[in-house]
Ligand binder design. Structure first.
Ligand SMILES: [Zn+2]
Ligand SMILES: [Zn+2]
Length: 252
């Protein structure tokens, strides 16, 4: 029997990929739907999943970059227009509330003060463990050009981690340890930029941290076409490799 925990990749791309929507994942237990990141090409992907204004319960923002957050004004405004009634929770690091208010003010001035549903914010700090509905969440900071939090979600004995952007740090390595499913930005094969992750280093880390499935997203747009040529030698490893396509769902 398939489990009721479903992950849907609304987008898997880096910021400037002409083919793939931005990286964004819908975590769905059947009772709770948490959207992880909401870049500028994501609103339409959310509405294709459902036009119900109450569809999402929470949105986690890993960091304040446009390809991870600039979809929010459209998503929130359509919720207002279609008369959402349930509270919506936005989870992010300190300063996220102010950032979302600014984004909304630029996109649809004065609208945030006219929302007819409660918009709630949970500010999290590295090392925090919180409960959101039936989910246990914890966070750690990666190495990126702005503050980025990776997230670990535990639900009914299954653990899923999502990196957001950046290279892994000692703290995110510890966060990912023994997880069932790691979704990690995998920008390039070798390290070209310190602030993005290299697949070579990730493959080592995944083995070392006893991670069961390593799912590659946010791959540099030219490199993504040949990523499997590089990965083919690693298919015998004790972990599973996955390069999901936009719209694809995985049951855990
Ligand atoms: Zn990004
Ligand atoms: Zn970024």
């Amino acid at each position: 029997m398939p489990s009721n925990l479903k992950l849907t990749f609304l987008g898997t791309g880096e910021a400037f990929d002409e083919e793939l929507p931005n990286t964004s994942i819908l975590y769905d237990t059947g009772q709770t739907r948490l959207l992880m990141d909401c870049g500028y090409s994501i609103p339409h992907q959310v509405w294709k999943q459902s036009t119900d204004p109450n569809f999402l319960h929470g949105i986690f923002l890993s960091h304040h970059h446009a390809d991870h957050a600039f979809g929010l004004p459209a998503v929130l405004t359509r919720m207002w227009e279609t008369k959402r009634s349930l509270p919506l929770t936005i989870i992010g690091h300190a300063g996220t509330q102010e950032y979302v208010h600014k984004l909304m003010e630029i996109g649809y001035p004065t609208l945030i003060s006219r929302l007819e549903f409660p918009l709630e914010f949970i500010d999290v700090h590295a090392g925090d463990q919180i409960r959101f509905r039936e989910l246990e969440l914890s966070f750690a900071q990666s190495i990126h050009s702005v503050t980025n939090y990776s997230i670990r979600i535990s639900y009914q004995g299954k653990t899923t981690c999502y990196s957001g952007d950046g290279s892994f740090s000692e703290a995110t390595k510890a966060l990912f340890k023994d997880c069932d499913f790691l979704i990690h930005e995998s920008f390039s094969w070798e390290r070209v930029v310190y602030l993005h992750a290299s697949i070579q280093e990730l493959l080592e880390m995944v083995k070392e941290q006893n991670i069961k499935t390593y799912c590659l997203i946010h791959i540099q747009r030219d490199f993504k076409k040949k990523v499997w040529n590089f990965l083919k030698d690693f298919q015998q490893e004790p972990f599973k490799l996955l390069v999901p396509k936009p719209g694809e769902s995985v049951y855990l």
